[in-house]
Write a protein that binds this ligand. Structure first.
Ligand code: ATP
Length: 762
């Protein structure tokens, strides 16, 4: 036999939530033939029912509403959005509830923040909560909050226009992607999702700054109206949203559906949410007299997740909290850290790294990113920080709940506060530690680098204080194991005897780098080279000259030394140099306009020559980056200075082409063919070394000349031109065209005269 007993226990209520009770249901039942006792714990609290009017407007009230009614048109984007929403076949329409609960919670956050400095702010309605009631009879779903409310002006602006940047992009995106409404909350247009389930929406709101309560009504798409509330001030303070549920959305009036949805969406809301639901009575379950009376049932446990002991929070809870707080419904965090900082400064925090970097990571329109939510003793303060976290770490999402921040200062001055500065330092340290821990998980770290590798490089450039730490976290593709990434520590551990430099090669892509002539000798000798194929890499090696005492050597630049040169090899090199003096002089004289000097190469094995930038000059890759749109500045003096710097032409003393030229030079036989060959060698070296050709036409002419001589075609032979002339117009058409032209001249004349007249008038 099943029995049911009650035990009731009072609990101390959190500040303004009012009194709560915990209801424990003890159930004895037979499971698999064994007697077992199970407990069900539920919190119940009857909200201040009198303060809120949940009734539908009477006909008389509706009439009165019309008397003060003002009509407004929606902003074009809003109408466009509504059309999309109304016609959407979106399956998960339930998200409207998530958006409304989130808006209500934001509104309560706002009034609670105001109440920190204004003791009267909460007076009109002290209980801070959200209530949800389904009125099946009238097909109404009523959502009420005792938040900050909206003035008449705010009703008009907040629920009639979309101020946020990116709205048009969002509209385009959902238009194309078959309406992924899940994104709606991220774009700051969540409210309008009510039209997924409702054909008419009424928003009643009362703000402390105004005596009157206003009613906003819309049947969607083009316009809305605002009237004074004929019922007077029924809310005290806050907002009541009434959804007139569409015929095909009746499930949102069902208690069971609502119960499930609210539980799902209110788990991480820090205010009590109540659902008007059927009351369980203290009677036998199977009893005939099951009462149908209703009560407000509390749907959520409002203890914030960050206040809980990390040991008791499951991964699933962390992931769900992430989704709710980032409004990234499908998104998952790559990793997170939950900690309590004590000592100099006390705070709790959860920091997440999203598994995907936001698309607009480095180009936010606003000058702040809402990636950190600051609470002080559970009270939400702000998420509008300017430069709180350095730019390179802005991809994180975090909650920070501090114990001791002054609350009577403005949000702007708060940011400079000593405690917040200390918090900031701790957070940066934690993030870097967190990334460092992530390096141990190869798969996750590869994802991390793919998403945030560029951010880390930016960090190594900008964060002087943490450069060493950040540099440790960097990963690069390298010649050691193609397809794999390597850290600088790993590179150093593989360095050859006598090697003092970290060899790197920059370029537009890994493929381009791999084929570069600069790598030939290094690779032939087994030296490892890091492939730097990102535009930011050039800046990185300029700002971070080395790591762990080893400097970077861009193999496309300056003098290349291996560190294993013996006296003999040096002597031999000097000897080679002497042998090539004549050719060097010849080539230099030929290319005087283009190259600084011609030198014997230490880096080439199979290519005849390469163009090398001077130590402080620009590589071909850098030139491309600087002339690309992102960096282009028309009158940048430095830029044109570097761009005009002459380069060094290195020649390979072992290459047959060079040896042939050498012979010609030594024989004083440096004729036209040798001169042409020198030009072409220089130009092909430019291309192979990643620079752009300046004289395309000259290059093409020279190549054609070689083709002619290879194929035995006379240099002066011309293509036979045998084209039939285009047919002339016949006489009549000619006349017509001439007339048309004359008329056109006339009208042009008139237009000129008109212009003159307008000028005179002005
Ligand atoms: N319950 C409410 N109480 C007070 N103001 C509200 C309420 N609901 C909406 N608003 C106001 O209307 C604005 C527009 O709401 P909407 O949901 O469309 O966007 P949002 O809340 O700014 O962004 P998001 O959807 O990302 O939360 C809000 O910013 C807020 O100012």
């Amino acid at each position: 036999m099943k029995s049911k007993r009650w035990a009731e226990e009072s609990v101390s209520a959190s500040e303004s939530n009012g009194e709560q009770k915990i209801k424990i249901t003890e159930k004895e039942e037979k499971i698999d033939g064994k007697e077992q006792v199970t407990f069900k714990k539920e919190k119940v609290k009857v909200v201040n029912e009198d303060s809120v009017n949940y009734q539908a407007l009477t006909d008389e009230e509706t009439e009165k509403l019309k008397a003060t009614e003002e009509k407004f048109e929606f902003q074009t984007e809003v109408s466009r959005l509504m059309k999309l929403i109304i016609n959407s076949l979106y399956k998960t329409r339930e998200i409207f509830l998530r958006e409304l609960i989130s808006n209500a919670s934001d509104a309560i956050d706002k009034i609670r923040f105001l109440a920190l400095t204004d003791p009267n702010a909460l007076k009109a309605t002290p209980n801070l909560n959200i209530t949800i009631l389904a009125d099946k009879e009238n097909r109404r779903l009523v959502i009420t909050d005792s938040g900050v409310g909206m003035t008449k002006k705010q009703l008009k602006e907040n629920l009639g226009t979309i101020a946020k940047s990116g709205t048009s992009e969002f509209l385009d995106a959902i238009d194309k992607k078959n309406a992924d409404m899940n994104l709606i909350g991220q774009f700051g247009v969540g409210f309008y999702s009510v039209f997924l389930v409702a054909d008419k929406v009424t928003v009643t709101s009362k703000h402390n700054d105004e005596d009157k309560q206003y009613v906003w009504v819309s049947q969607a798409v083009n316009d809305f109206s605002i009237s004074e509330d004929p019922r007077g001030n029924t809310l005290g303070r806050g907002t009541q949203i009434v959804l007139h549920i569409k015929e095909d959305a009746s499930e949102f009036l069902e208690e069971k559906t609502l119960n499930e949805l609210i539980k799902k969406y209110s788990e991480f809301i820090n205010f009590p949410i109540y659902l008007w639901s059927t009351k369980e009575e203290e009677i036998e379950i199977d009893s005939e007299d099951a009462s149908k009376s209703k009560q407000w049932s509390l749907m959520n446990d409002q203890k914030p997740i960050w206040v809980r002991d990390p040991k008791e929070v499951t991964d699933k809870e962390y992931e769900e909290f992430y989704a709710s707080f980032t409004k990234d419904a499908g998104g998952k965090p790559l990793t997170w850290i939950h900690f309590k900082a004590e000592g100099e400064v006390d705070f709790r925090s959860i920091i997440y790294i999203p598994s995907k970097a936001p698309q607009d990571l480095f180009k936010k329109a606003e000058d702040f990113v809402r990636n950190i939510k600051l609470f002080v003793k559970r009270v939400f303060i702000t998420d509008e920080f300017v430069d709180f976290i350095p730019k390179y770490l802005q991809f994180i999402r975090a909650i920070v709940d501090a114990d001791d921040l002054p609350l009577n200062v403005s949000r702007e001055t708060l940011q400079q506060h000593k405690t917040l500065v200390l918090i900031k330092k701790r957070i940066i340290k934690k993030i870097l530690d967190m990334i460092s821990t992530l390096t141990q998980d190869e798969e996750k770290y590869t994802t991390f680098i793919k998403e945030y590798g560029t951010s880390l490089k930016l960090g190594a450039i900008e964060d002087d204080r943490n450069r060493k730490k950040v540099a440790k976290l960097l990963r690069f593709p390298s010649s050691y194991k193609p397809g794999n990434l390597t850290s600088l520590d790993e590179y150093i551990s593989r360095m050859k005897k006598g090697q003092t430099k970290i060899y790197v090669m920059t370029g537009g892509s890994i493929e381009e780098i791999k084929q570069s002539p600069f790598l030939e000798r290094l690779q032939a000798r087994g030296y490892e080279v890091l492939y730097l194929a990102e535009p930011i890499d050039e800046m990185l090696i300029q700002h971070m000259p080395g790591y762990d005492g080893k400097t970077f050597q861009n193999v496309a630049k300056g003098d290349l030394k291996f560190g294993d040169e013996t006296d003999e090899s040096k002597e031999e090199f000097e000897k080679t140099k002497l042998e090539f003096v004549r050719l060097q002089d010849w080539m230099q004289a030929t290319l005087i306009e283009f190259v600084e000097k011609v030198e014997i190469s230490k880096r080439l094995t199979s290519s005849p020559c390469a163009i090398v930038a001077q130590e402080w000059g620009w590589t071909g890759n850098m030139e491309k980056i600087m002339s690309s749109q992102t960096f282009k500045q028309e009158d940048d003096v430095m830029q044109s200075f570097f761009a005009k710097q002459k380069k060094i032409l290195e020649i390979n003393p072992k290459h047959p082409l060079i040896l042939t030229l050498l012979k010609k030079a030594n024989d004083e036989d440096f004729d036209d063919t040798a001169r042409e060959a020198t030009f072409i060698l220089y130009e092909t070296a430019l291309i192979r070394s990643g620079y752009t050709l300046k004289d395309n036409l000259g290059f093409a002419t020279r190549v054609e000349k070689i083709l002619r001589s290879n194929l035995g075609v006379n240099l002066d032979a011309k293509a036979v031109i045998n084209e039939a002339p285009a047919p002339e117009l016949d006489e009549e058409a000619k006349k017509e065209a001439a007339e048309k032209l004359a008329n056109k001249e006339d009208t042009d004349l008139f237009e000129e005269q008109d212009d003159e007249m307008i000028r005179d008038e002005l």
